[in-house]
Design a protein around this ligand. Structure first.
Ligand SMILES: Nc1ncnc2c1ncn2[C@@H]1O[C@H](COP(=O)(O)OP(=O)(O)OP(=O)(O)O)[C@@H](O)[C@H]1O
Length: 548
């Protein structure tokens, strides 16, 4: 957790420190309030029954009780405010950094597997809640125990030593042991939870196809069984904790009675003993929270470690340091000299390929499915490591340039573009945040996407919701193309640009792209399984065939 808190810098760490202090004060104030009230009421009653009530000074103790009550309320609210604020600051810093680290270390366009993504989401939740579930309650319990011990030692030191030993057992050793005992069950449960989550999310993602295949009922039962197994597994994790609560309450009561009995035996201050007894019972009750603390600590600790590891290489291993990276004004001419690349360490090596991409050209990367077209395109964008000398941009070796500086000059129109929740204008402005509506309509026209967008009454304000996209697959591809054009790249990569389009539409799109690419220093790279059968008259076209 501390590694993550470091991300916040000094002001954030101070806020967490203040929240911890306030938590401790809130815990201490609760116990002071009970102990002092117990002492005050008993002392006042004794003084009254002895006929000395009029000489008993009520002022200071009653002010102390009121002060403790105020302090308890104020520190509790203060801790909530400061603690939640610090936790939110951690979220605000952690999430973009994790996003950036994942994005920059990912090879190619592969998205994170659903399993990894849900583990990441759970880790973020567990680590962010670490303060509120672990450190804050632990500080309150420890401060409360310290105050209760103060009362008991003030009454009787033997009871104090016994109470200290009992606190060590009920507040630390027993909960820690119980959590450790359930560790194996928790590990097994985490694996079951992962499996159940993966099965459920795949079920939801593929619900329609599974329904059509008639497999929905069967797969739902499998997912349900996995979820039920996981829930019953949680019972096994919690079993070692169950009797601890009763044991802790009994220990608190027994020690409170011991303190009172010893005070009566020794004929010492019964008022102080009453205060100590009340403080003890309250502090023992509060140690019940330590089970949750140890449990959450184990989970948020592991989650924080995993997140810290994810943040470690914030950059792809093949990205040179910012200070020594070569600057890149233009990608032209892009030269592949025996270029070889692979989609993943265990993927087949593609290449060697040699070609040049200059302004005013169309390069067709042609090959059957799985031959490596996407891998080569990704390598040209620096999304895969390539050996020195295999790729240069304007004479600058690729390995000396930053990935981001290459991506600033290139865009891709993928087969399945990604959309975030928001309007169509929002989707388009992902590529160019400052784009005006006129500019957006212009690129929609080039991509032959203007007519079907204009046919909708909402126009550019039409909403894209997750899992509920308002256009057909082919229309969404052309929106993706329009968005790529809006980025005004030097090189536009088109993944199977004319697949599934009727001949007339394909011809119009080709004319538009031909014009767009030739009106500035631009080039197109098309990935296709066979040579394009539409004409590009202004661009000079070449083909590179990739063997499978
Ligand atoms: N993440 C991965 N792990 C292992 N192998 C991979 C991975 N991604 C791709 N491959 C393999 O790398 C090779 C090239 O894949 P690539 O996606 O570049 O082919 P492609 O020509 O673009 O295919 P398609 O036309 O079907 O999209 C294939 O053999 C593929 O199975």
């Amino acid at each position: 957790m501390l590694k993550l808190w470091r991300l916040l810098g000094r002001p954030g760490k101070i806020r967490f420190g203040l929240a911890l202090l306030l938590s401790g004060l809130a815990g201490a104030s609760s116990i002071v309030l009970l102990g002092l009230s117990g002492w005050f009421l008993t002392a006042a009653a004794i003084a009254g029954s002895a006929g000395a009530g009029y000489v008993f000074n009520h002022l200071y103790p009653s002010a102390g009780v009121r002060g403790a009550a105020f302090s308890r309320v104020l520190t509790r609210y203060g801790e909530q405010l400061v603690g939640h604020d610090a936790t939110l600051s951690l979220s605000a810093v952690l999430r973009p950094q994790l996003f950036a680290a994942s994005a920059s270390t990912q090879r190619g366009f592969t998205s994170m597997p659903a399993k990894d993504l849900s583990t990441l989401i759970d880790d973020v939740d567990a680590a962010e809640a670490g303060f509120l579930r672990v450190y804050s309650p632990a500080a309150a319990v420890i401060a409360g125990i310290a105050v209760a011990l103060g009362f008991v030692f003030a009454s009787d030191w033997i009871s104090g030593l016994l109470a200290l030993a009992a606190f060590l057992c009920t507040g630390w050793a027993f909960p820690a042991m119980a959590v450790q005992r359930s560790h194996r069950a928790a590990d097994a449960n985490a694996r079951q939870a992962e499996l159940a989550r993966e099965q459920t999310s795949r079920l939801v993602e593929n619900a329609i196809e599974l329904d059509i295949l008639g497999a929905m009922g069967r797969e739902t039962r499998v997912a349900q069984a996995a979820l039920e197994e996981q829930v019953s597994g949680r019972d096994a994790i919690e079993a070692p904790y169950r009797n601890l609560g009763a044991f802790t309450a009994t220990a608190g009561l027994a020690l409170a009675l011991l303190v009172l009995w010893r005070a009566a035996e020794a004929q010492s201050s019964i008022a102080m003993a009453t205060g100590a007894a009340l403080a003890l019972m309250a502090a023992f009750e509060s140690t019940g929270a330590m089970l949750k603390v140890f449990d959450a600590r184990a989970r948020s600790g592991v989650a924080a470690e995993r997140l810290a590891a994810r943040l470690q290489p914030a950059e792809a291993s093949w990205d040179p340091p910012l200070e020594s990276a070569a600057s890149l004004d233009s990608l032209f001419p892009l030269s592949a000299n025996g270029l070889m690349a692979q989609a993943a360490p265990n993927a087949p090596m593609i290449g060697p390929l040699s070609f040049t991409v200059s302004p005013g050209t169309l390069l067709q990367l042609i090959g059957p499915s799985g031959s490596g077209k996407t891998t080569v395109a990704e390598a040209l964008m620096r999304l895969h490591p390539v050996s020195p000398g295999m790729l240069t941009y304007n004479g600058v070796p690729a390995e000396t340039t930053r990935i981001a500086s290459v991506l600033a000059h290139v865009a891709i129109s993928p087969q399945f573009p990604a959309f975030l929740p928001g309007t169509l204008a929002d989707q388009m402005r992902l590529a160019a945040p400052e784009a005006t509506e006129d500019e957006i309509w212009r690129t929609l026209r080039i991509a032959c996407a203007d007519a079907f967008v204009a046919a909708r009454p909402e126009g550019l304000d039409i909403m894209f919701h997750e899992g509920d996209l308002p256009f057909s697959g082919g229309e969404l591809r052309r929106i993706g193309l329009a968005r790529a054009l809006l980025a005004k790249p030097e090189i536009l990569i088109l993944d199977e640009p004319f697949a599934g389009l009727e001949a007339d539409l394909a011809r119009r799109l080709a004319v538009n792209l031909d014009t767009w690419a030739s009106e500035a220093p631009r080039a197109l790279i098309a990935l296709a399984h066979k040579p394009l059968d539409v004409a590009f008259e202004k661009l000079s076209s070449s083909e590179v065939h990739i063997q499978s």
